[in-house]
Write a protein that binds this ligand. Structure first.
Ligand code: GLY
Length: 359
């Protein structure tokens, strides 16, 4: 981010009531990517795992597809990919070894949204979220009801656990505790068997994808297998409109990846859209959301020794004018953009703190 932009952000952040204590943190951030493209050109943005998704969505937009159909077709590539273990087929399972998926969609031009949570055995929850929007009078359907709704519309059940995800789940289970009966392979001299989980990462991979077309219409989708090895029935931010995703066709779209519990507590996506409505750039609005999460993280168990969150969240935003940006608590990190002129690119997002070196 250029100095002038950063000064602008700090001024506006102060006006919006960002605590003075956060200023050093904001000053620490090093990178950013905000760009403006003419409204006559469509834009698709996505989380970093959405390079193929954003390219596919752009291809469809150029053929005249609706923005929501375009982004859903984009994320379906990742949902179908057995090698992406954070979304759809092959997603990491809950603590019982069962894959449970969450997704939401919003269609800007008609001000509609739909979502599913804890959906089992259907690999494209984004398609079911759209069906909830179009073929029910509801916005969110969960669990067995969501599965029955999908089957009523002709979707076939399938086992979503791949061999790779099952192995990762079993490894987690075996290392969960030194006090249960599940143990990893080890030799007679091994120490701390089972305690390894404290040092292993709980994955919250997700894909978010948003599109603005040449008319300025906006839609977005967020889809995920949620927190790896979660308590069955745990629902993150992805299927909650306002938390994991929000669209206002008059303003723009926002979405999130990372620790869903933090986004649920801050309703970050709707806040980002509202900050953009007040005149913030997408990147500035994403930074304000990351700052809000830092300010609202008070529980010691969620803080590092230096008092910062012990987790990350990342936000993505695009406005009606075609500006886009992304920001996270910890960086550097990237997000995918396709403006139709070239292949999808990964750009640096802004961030508040440098990711600490692993000990
Ligand atoms: N952000 C995805 C989740 O926490 O489920």
């Amino acid at each position: 981010m250029k100095d002038m932009d950063r000064r602008g952000f700090i001024t506006s952040a102060t006006m919006l009531g960002v605590g003075a204590a956060m200023m050093p943190a904001i000053a620490e951030r090093a990178h950013g990517a905000t760009a403006r493209v003419p409204l006559s050109r469509p834009v698709v943005i996505s989380s970093a795992n959405g390079v193929r998704a954003s390219a596919r969505a752009m291809e469809l937009l150029r053929q005249g597809a609706d923005t929501l159909d375009a982004v859903i077709a984009g994320v379906n590539i990742v949902e179908d990919d057995p090698n992406d273990d954070s979304v759809g087929y092959g997603g990491l399972p809950n603590e019982d070894g069962v894959v449970e998926l969450d997704a939401s969609v919003m269609h800007g031009p008609t001000c509609r949204g739909g979502a599913v949570a804890s959906l089992r055995n259907i690999k494209n929850p984004s398609k079911i979220a759209k069906l909830v929007m179009e073929r029910s009078d509801h916005v969110l359907i969960v669990g067995d009801g969501a599965l029955r709704f999908a089957k009523a519309h002709g979707f076939k059940e399938e086992d979503l656990l791949t061999e790779q995800s099952r192995r990762k789940w079993l490894e987690w289970k075996e290392r969960l505790s030194t006090e249960d009966d599940w143990l990893p392979a080890h030799d007679a001299a091994a120490k701390d068997v089972g305690a390894v989980i404290a040092r292993s990462e709980r994955l919250t991979g997700t894909i978010h994808c948003a599109a603005v077309d040449a008319k300025g219409d906006i839609s977005a989708v967020t889809t995920t297998s949620g927190l790896a090895f979660k308590i069955p029935g745990r629902v993150g931010d992805s299927p909650i409109l306002g938390a994991g995703l929000y669209v206002d066709n008059a303003v723009g779209a926002a979405g999130s990846t990372g620790r869903g519990e933090a986004n649920l507590l801050s309703c970050a996506s709707v806040m980002i859209v509202e900050w953009m409505r007040l005149g913030k750039s997408p990147e500035e609005a994403c930074l304000l959301a990351a700052t809000r999460v830092v300010d609202h993280t008070k529980m010691r168990r969620l803080l590092t020794d230096d008092g910062r969150p012990a987790f990350n969240v990342r936000y993505y935003a695009v406005n009606k004018a075609g500006q886009y940006g992304s920001a996270s608590i910890y960086g550097p990190g990237t997000f995918a953009v396709n403006t139709g002129e070239q292949a999808s690119r990964l750009l640096d997002g802004a961030y508040l703190f440098k990711t600490p070196e692993k000990q």
